[in-house]
Design a protein around this ligand. Structure first.
Ligand SMILES: Cc1cc2nc3c(=O)[nH]c(=O)nc-3n(C[C@H](O)[C@H](O)[C@H](O)COP(=O)(O)OP(=O)(O)OC[C@H]3O[C@@H](n4cnc5c(N)ncnc54)[C@H](O)[C@@H]3O)c2cc1C
Length: 650
């Protein structure tokens, strides 16, 4: 396996413009001769499908939900970034690029990130043209708010429903193409494998989730836009259906998996309330614009009501530690600070696993109505879940798994190591390095789908010889057989443990050993236990029902089986990366009081310590067999425009 990022030459700011010209075009009359399979109808998949069809390609789009517009992207609350500089507060393409590189702790590719910042402004125009109801100022201009890791306001939003509104925009564009017959939509259809012929992606094998029928679809290119794998941790803010199956099976067919250990733990989620909980709820980062995060200074005050704790006894720890970014410090840093406060015995609520997000001062300053106008639906949601009125008492929050920066390795063209197999949105290893800044996932998914893949896929068709394989070919038969055998095997075990119990145990293990903080000992323990749990799964899982019907237990079993293999790759990656960066915090690598950076006051004790001399690379893993250690490949990260430096938000 060879990693060639195919980064175009030339000055950073001109690479994409020049490359668009250099890439080959498909003659308009020939576009209808090419079939593209898109798996996923979230922001990345829907935007790619609609745009490719609009260009004239024949598209088949697949999703496992009952409607394309129920993709997980609808969950996105807070907003989408774009370098429009409407606020005239100093934003620019270069600043968005710089913030994203720095926010990702210098572990992303400069060229990709610059392109992302460049196309960010087009995304907003495209979405406004589609009718996405972004919030507006009184005078009619689009409104902006601030998100973590930035000192400018560049986040466009539609109340607390930005993802849903953006998806409705993309879905309308998709529906137009479905109506025109250029997109064939397959809902409730789960992709269970990729078919590769002569080293090129040639199609997919899917299961009809209502009838259980297995079938094949061929295409000249296959696009995976299947979202993130945060649910490997069992509890996360992701929808219950989110899984790693599509990307993991592509990995097993030869696509490298990059940086799986880069997981984002979001600082503002509703804390876990009990053992039987199956899902966690995000409270949007936008709340940190007006909410102040604190814990009591003294552990003895933790049992008191927040209103009984006077200001001088409160520790507004983000404002104290990071005065220039305050409550808008990036997610990785804010999450670790919350953990630190709770580890210090100053957490609030049951089990001491919570910190306050307090709107008292904003309400005093702006009035309750202004706060209600900005975040009303989030406050309502909080009250429905916790029973507390956050206008009267602070919210209680705690970090939770939220987003995965890792994913299939892709080059500048968003092509994986399998020619003809492209990967977009959260499913690829993306432009966010080791930590994604808030409101940048929607930007990246739509950049990939509306503005990048339509060019690069066309270039693939025009400059290479894509696979052309009938679904009657033996390659398809073989994969169908593998898929059928796996299904039969799952149903035949008839063991004693539920799928959920395996998933929960795996999730707890990965959270404990490879969660917010990791160390060598814990990771080695996890690497020992995961194969044991997997072996037990294949002997003792109880999958109820049959194949020829709607069987959610069977779907879940297949996804959990993949998590049980994937978790091992994740832990190998975390073990091998002997440094701390962004969301990957190895306890062995943190700043101590003896480091010059701490002595000079540039950074603080306990902050993540990168090791650029050894780890300024993307780790891409190659499948070598179940129960075998995957092989590590490295893509060196070269920084030409930005100087790698220790991150400081002080
Ligand atoms: C609660 C929450 C709030 C968020 N808020 C924000 C925010 O404010 N701003 C921001 O920038 N980001 C936010 N994010 C992150 C962002 O929403 C996601 O990263 C992004 O929407 C992912 O889009 P996607 O198109 O890549 O994947 P998804 O929207 O997850 O779509 C995946 C698609 O793939 C399909 N699929 C998956 N596997 C298969 C398979 N095997 N077969 C067939 N189909 C399959 C699914 O059916 C679905 O259509 C938030 C995330 C969460 C969880």
């Amino acid at each position: 396996m060879k990693l060639d990022a195919k980064i175009p030459s030339g000055p950073l700011a001109e690479k994409w413009e020049r490359h668009k010209f250099d890439m080959k075009l498909v003659n308009p009359a020939n576009k209808r001769k090419f079939d593209v399979i898109v798996v996923g109808s979230g922001l990345a998949g829907a935007s790619a499908s609609a745009t490719l069809a609009e260009l004239g390609y024949n598209v088949k789009c697949f999703c496992y939900q009952d409607s394309a517009r129920r993709a997980h992207s609808i969950a996105a609350q807070g907003g989408i970034n774009a370098a429009k500089n409407y606020q005239n507060d100093g934003d620019s393409v270069h600043r968005l690029f710089y913030d994203t590189i720095k926010g990702g702790d210098f572990r992303s590719r400069e060229a990709n990130v610059h392109r992302l910042a460049e196309v960010s402004a087009n995304i907003i125009d495209q979405c406004v043209a589609q009718g996405v109801p972004f919030a507006r100022e009184y005078g009619g201009h689009l409104a902006n708010r601030s998100f973590g890791g930035a000192q400018v306001s560049r986040t466009f939003y539609a109340r607390g429903q930005t993802g849903q509104q953006l998806l409705l925009g993309a879905y309308s564009a998709l529906s137009r193409q479905i109506g025109l017959g250029k997109v064939q939509m397959y809902e409730r259809t789960e992709m269970l494998d990729v078919v590769v012929s002569d080293g090129r992606a040639a199609g997919i094998v899917v299961r009809d989730m209502v009838t259980g029928k297995i079938s094949s679809h061929s295409g000249h290119a296959v696009v995976l836009a299947t979202g993130g794998y945060g649910n490997v941790f069992f509890l996360s803010t992701n929808a219950k259906g989110c899984n790693v199956t599509a990307t993991f099976r592509a990995y097993k067919k030869g696509a490298a998996f990059a940086n799986p250990c880069y997981t984002q733990i979001h600082p503002t989620c509703i804390p876990v309330s009990g053992e039987y909980q199956s899902k966690l709820t995000l409270m949007s980062e936008s709340l940190r614009n007006d909410g102040r995060v604190w814990v009591p200074k003294n552990a003895e005050d933790c049992g008191k009501k927040p209103s009984e704790i006077p200001d001088e006894a409160r520790d507004y720890y983000l404002e104290r530690k990071y005065p220039s970014f305050g409550n808008l410090a990036p997610r990785d840093i804010s999450s670790r600070s919350a953990k630190e406060a709770c580890d210090d015995g100053r957490g609030v609520g049951p089990g001491g696993l919570g910190v306050y997000l307090d709107f008292r001062d904003s309400i005093e300053r702006l009035g309750e109505q202004a706060v209600r106008d900005r975040y009303g639906n989030l406050f309502d949601m909080y009250e429905r879940i916790t029973g507390d009125n956050a206008y009267q008492t602070p919210m209680r929050i705690y970090p939770a798994v939220h987003y995965t920066m890792g994913g299939l390795w892709v080059d500048y063209h968003l092509q994986t190591t399998i020619p003809g197999l492209f990967c977009l949105g959260e499913a690829n290893f993306s432009d966010h390095g080791a930590n994604r800044l808030g409101a940048s996932a929607l930007m990246q998914g739509l950049a990939d789908g509306y503005f990048v893949a339509p060019y690069t896929i066309g270039n693939y068709f025009a400059s290479e010889k894509p696979a052309e394989l009938s679904t009657d070919a033996p390659e398809f038969r073989e994969v169908e057989e593998e898929v059928n055998d796996r299904t039969k095997k799952l149903l035949s075990i008839q063991g004693k443990r539920t799928v959920t119990s395996f998933h929960r145990e795996l999730g707890q293990l990965v959270w404990d050993k490879c969660g917010m903080a990791r160390n060598e000992k814990g990771l080695k323990e996890a690497l020992k236990k995961i194969p044991e749990l997997r072996a037990e799964f294949w002997e003792n899982v109880n999958v109820t029902g049959t194949n020829g019907e709607l069987n959610q237990n069977l779907e879940y079993a297949g996804r959990t089986a993949d998590f049980l293999e994937f978790a091992e790759v994740l832990c190998h990656d975390a073990l091998t990366r002997e440094e701390s960066c962004g969301g990957h915090f190895r306890e062995e690598y943190q700043f101590t009081k003896d480091d010059p950076e701490v002595k000079s006051g540039f950074t603080g004790e306990g902050e993540a310590k990168r090791r650029d001399d050894k780890f300024a690379h993307v780790s891409a893993w190659e499948f070598k067999g179940v129960d075998k250690k995957p092989r590590l490949h490295k893509e060196k990260l070269a920084y030409e425009e930005v100087k790698m430096s220790t991150r400081s938000y002080k």
